[in-house]
Structure formats: C-alpha cells, structure tokens
Design a protein around this ligand. Structure first.
Ligand code: HEM
Length: 445
C-alpha cells in the first residue's frame, strides 16, 4: 500500500489541512510514513477515545510489542527511537504501570490539592517566578519587544520543574539549561541527556537519604520499593511534561492577545475557560506516542496487524466533524470532554498543575502589561517542527508595562529563587547561568 509522508513542510505549517486530507482520503485511520517508518495514524475522535480507554486491554505502549522493532526492521538510528526506549511509566503496562502511576498520583497530590500547604507555597513560587521573568524581560525599559516563548513561557514551567524536583538553586539552574539542550535536540542533546540521567539518579539517592518537601521524596514515600534507576527515569519525564505546559502558556497568550473580548475579561474563571479552549483548539500534545495492538484489530477501513504501531492524533480527533460538529462554539463554557489530557489508563496526572501554571502565567503577564501587541498575525507565527507537540518557536510581542506595575528583576548574580531550598543554597552565587541566558535574549532597542 502506498503511504503518505506525515512530517512535511505542509504539516509543520498547517497540520489541520493534512489531517483533513488524510480523513477525506482514508477515513478515521490513515497509513502514513513517519520518518521512514510505516505507522497507522488515527484521526477519528471515536477511534482515538476507544484506543485510549483500552477496555479490552489489547493496546500496549511497550516498545517490545512493536513487531518490526522485535524483528530488527526499525533502523537503530531512527530519530524517534530514544523516545520509545526510555522505559518509564508512560510506556509500561500491567502491574508495573499501576505501581508507578500510583506513586505519581500520591506524590503529586500535595502540589495539586489547594488545601495543602505545599500547593499554597507552590502557587506563591509560580507567581514569583512569573514576576521575576517579566522583570528580566522588561529591564530595558517600560516599553519594548520580547519573545514571550523564549523569555517567559518556556523558562517559567522549567523553574517549576526545578522546584518540584527539589534541587538546590545552583544545581537546578544547570539542570534547567541541560533540559533545554535535550528538548531542543541540538548537537549537545545526547551529552545533556547523560548528564541529566546522572543528575536524576544522584538526586534520587540524595532524597532517599534526606527526604524533603518535593516530588522525588514523596514518590519514595509512596513506593519505598522504587529503585534509583526507576525513580530517575520517572523524574526525567517531568521536564518534557513541563515543556508541554510552556506550549499551553503560549497558546493561551495568543488566544488572549488576538481576541479583544477575552482581554476585557481576565477574571480567574475567564482564564480557566481560555486555557480549556486553547487546549481544545490547539492541544499541546498533538499526537501521542505509539500504541501496539496485541492482536489483529479492525479499525476504520483497515485491519491493523498485531504489533503494528498506531499513533493517536488528539489534534485531528478534536477537528473530527463527528466531534467538532456537535460542539456549540457560541457556548460560554467550552466542552471538557476533549482529549488534550489523554484518557483511560495512561491519562494525564498533572492536568491541574499544568492548568494552574498557565492560569498564573497569563494573569501575571496581563497584570503587569497594559499593552501586549503581537508582532505577527496568528497565521504567520513560527511553529517548532515536531511529531508530537504543537508548540511555538517564538512569540514576538511589543509590550508596555502598566504604570506602577514594574516588577523588580532579580539581581545580576542572584540564583533562581528556590523558596524550599536549604538556606545555604539560597546564598548569592557568583553568576547565574539562567538569568545570564535570559538577559542575553533581550532584544536590542
Ligand atoms: C499542558 C501540559 C500537559 C499536557 C497537554 C499533558 C497531556 C498529557 C497526555 C495527553 C497524556 C497521555 C499520553 C498518552 O496517553 O500517550 C499525559 C500523560 C501524563 N501526564 Fe500530562 N500533560 C501535561 C502536563 C503534565 C504535567 C505538568 C505533569 C506532572 C507534573 C503531567 C503528568 C503526566 C503523567 C505522569 C503522565 C503519564 C501517565 C501514564 O502513562 O500513566 N502532565 N499528559
């Protein structure tokens, strides 16, 4: 069967037109070529939901279920292979998945339940990070240009990741910089991954010795049998998940700046609604990592062989006329029955946290800025090429700070703020790589 290459220039620029072409030509399941590997691409809402729910238990995410991989037919240098070989809960099944997922659920609870002191402290910290970042990007003056993706939306969730991990301030900054190197898949990505794995293993060992109020310590408390290797692999998921949060922040900002009625009403309830609308219209996790059926299964117009890779497209499912056609686009409250957070046994466990980060980010930005004018029309914004995420490469804007709302920027040598770090870690450092990096991004005026 002839298959279409999925990741073309057209796809980067306008994935929805490619989804509609595939839907019209093949139906809810389309055979595609993903960087040289044949994959079933699911664009129908019902079909995506059915696989996610996995009622009959026939769908696995474990790479060892991939028939072509087991038979050595997937090239060792296939660029996406490392994503599938990482061996953490997102790819586990059965008892292992239940155990790891239970540890995540328990460990995230103190940060996602607003009656708990950890969640309240985290909220204060997120506000402080947002203010510090706005302080740095506006150091040049009360009006100017900024790239809100690089200077605000991306660093903010990574600062949260750093705090959740419970790194000391200076160590955390090195980690944030390595996370960027890894996610951006540049020439130093492999070395950055090795350093990150070593840092996470070291962190896991340190937290086992001296637990703190942080995610690794809570995971160990939830499941004392977690090995250091298991814990390090789970912790390595966090930066990527928070980079998806960065893309949500950008998408929400775009939605607000390009919609004047939205700007007029920025109450918390309204921002919550905008976050949901952005997740529905432009899901940050656009396509999910593969599933493999354990037996032959009929779906759409095809029979999918046991062990064939299946990629679920949340973005395409949301545009499926059977789903989108039934939505009331004038409704004040948009539907929550969407798939941006996944569903079923692998559904997202950090939805509340991601929503909170996006809500605070947008609130602080619009509190501090009386004017935010996009430098490009929405249809000309540059997107990062990626098989999995829909994220802006940059979000250039012209800003004007609101009178009397100039946030203090962190001192040149100050480390990234770490409210929960031990006192000695908060002492002034000679240089802060993170703040230097962010200051380097400021546009000459
Ligand atoms: C905007 C940001 C985020 C989006 C759009 C998102 C979306 C998703 C989706 C769609 C899945 C399911 C993947 C699949 O079925 O293949 C997932 C899984 C997961 N998410 Fe999120 N997520 C976000 C942020 C976060 C954050 C901040 C955390 C934790 C701090 C988190 C924790 C998890 C975990 C642990 C899983 C794996 C669950 C499992 O496999 O059992 N997510 N996420």
């Amino acid at each position: 069967m002839s298959v279409e290459a999925l990741l073309t220039r057209d796809y980067d620029a306008n994935p929805s037109s490619v989804h509609e072409y595939l839907r019209a030509r093949y139906g809810p399941v389309a055979p595609v070529d993903l960087l040289g590997v044949p994959v079933w691409f699911v664009v129908g809402y019902e079909e995506v939901l059915h696989v996610l729910r996995n009622k009959g238990g026939i769908w696995s995410k474990n790479v060892d279920r991939w028939r072509a991989y087991g038979e050595g037919r997937v090239p060792a240098d296939w660029p996406l292979l490392p994503v599938f070989q990482v061996n953490n809960s997102a790819f586990a099944e059965g008892a292992t998945q239940h155990r790891l997922r239970a540890a995540w659920t328990k460990a995230l609870a103190p940060f996602q339940d607003h009656t708990r002191p950890q969640a309240q402290l985290l909220e204060q910290a997120i506000k402080q990070y947002a203010d510090d970042l706005i302080g740095v990007l506006s150091e040049g003056g009360t009006t100017g240009w900024a790239d809100l993706a690089a200077q605000y939306a991306r660093p903010l969730p990574l600062m949260v990741a750093n705090r959740l991990l419970g790194f000391t301030a200076d160590r955390g900054e090195e980690v944030v910089m390595d996370i960027w190197r890894m996610i951006d898949a540049g020439p130093d990505a492999a070395a950055a991954f090795q350093r990150l794995y070593a840092s996470m293993t070291e962190l896991a060992a340190a937290k086992r010795q001296h637990p703190g109020d942080d995610l690794p310590s809570y995971m160990i408390e939830a499941d004392p049998d977690l090995t250091l290797d298991e814990l390090a692999r789970e912790l390595l998921m966090l930066p990527g998940l928070l980079d998806f949060t960065a893309s949500l922040v950008c998408n929400v900002v775009v939605e607000v700046v390009s919609n004047p009625t939205m700007r007029e009403s920025l109450s918390v309830g309204a921002i919550d609604e905008t976050v949901n609308r952005a997740a529905l219209l432009n899901p940050p996790m656009a396509n999910l990592t593969f599933r493999f059926p354990m037996t032959d299964v009929k779906m759409g117009n095809y029979t999918i062989g046991g062990g064939d890779p299946v990629m679920l497209s949340v973005a395409a499912a949301h545009a499926d006329p059977r789903f989108a056609g039934a939505l009331d686009h004038q409704a004040i409250r948009s539907t929550r029955a969407h798939l941006a957070w996944g569903a079923g046994p692998h559904g997202c466990l950090g939805q509340r946290l991601a929503t909170q980060i996006a809500t605070i980010a947008v609130q602080r930005l619009f509190n501090h800025c009386s004017k935010l004018k996009p430098a490009l029309p929405p249809d000309q914004l540059p997107w990062r090429p990626s098989p999995f995420m829909r994220a802006l490469r940059s979000l250039p804007v012209q800003y004007q700070l609101a009178e009397g709302r100039v946030p203090a920027s962190p001192a040149a040598g100050a480390p990234m703020p770490q409210p929960s770090a031990p006192a000695e870690a908060a002492a002034p450092q000679s240089r802060s790589p993170l703040w230097s990096f962010l200051r380097g991004l400021r546009r000459a005026r």
